[in-house]
Design a protein around this ligand. Structure first.
Ligand SMILES: [Zn+2]
Length: 183
């Protein structure tokens, strides 16, 4: 099947066959490095710097794959995706400073969310590794109530592999569509 990149849309498309919401699509028009781009991201490897790229939507519900969309790119910045070419072209001509500020705000928010998520993940795995070194006494010496409660939940089954798998699953769940909580 080969590699591709993924575009996540700020406004969802509707499948013309089954009316399902389409929230993202795969494209082979950029670097094909399994990168994910959301509106406001700089796109790497696009054949154009500023302009409109035509792409097909793929509906995950009914597998319809003949619906065209038009992606607006301005100075390598992904600035929108539309049902028709004229709208996509209009977007390029009407980009304003406030749009750029919105994108900066969005990127910063996403960065803060990511760091928060990463720190929780790191701290949980770190605490778990400490716990494994001294299971008998670890909770006796742990003063932070919420951290202790959280870890106690994870180690209930007393199986290292299971616990690690559960931690990974829980954090994977948060990574599925990180932009959901921002848009
Ligand atoms: Zn469909």
């Amino acid at each position: 099947m080969g590699m591709f990149d993924t575009l996540i849309f700020k406004s969802f498309f509707t499948c013309e066959e089954c009316n399902s919401e389409i929230k993202s699509t795969q494209t082979k028009q950029f670097e094909n490095l399994l990168s994910t781009y959301t509106e406001g991201d700089f796109i790497h490897g696009a054949k154009i710097i500023t302009g409109v790229i035509k792409e097909k939507l793929l509906c995950n519900n009914c597998s319809h794959s003949q619906q065209d969309i038009f992606i607006s790119i301005w100075h390598s910045l992904f600035i929108g995706a539309y049902n028709n070419y004229n709208e996509a072209e209009k977007r390029i001509g009407s980009i304003e400073k406030t749009d750029l500020l919105d994108y900066i705000f969005f990127q910063q928010k996403r960065y803060v969310e990511f760091i928060k998520e990463y720190n929780s993940f790191y701290s949980l795995v770190y605490r778990f590794s400490e716990y494994c070194e001294d299971k008998e006494n670890y909770f006796k010496n742990m003063h932070f109530y919420f951290s202790r409660k959280e870890l106690e939940e994870y180690v209930k089954n007393d199986n290292v592999n299971e616990t690690l798998k559960n931690i990974l699953n829980d954090f994977q769940g948060n990574q599925d569509r990180p932009d959901d909580k921002i848009f």
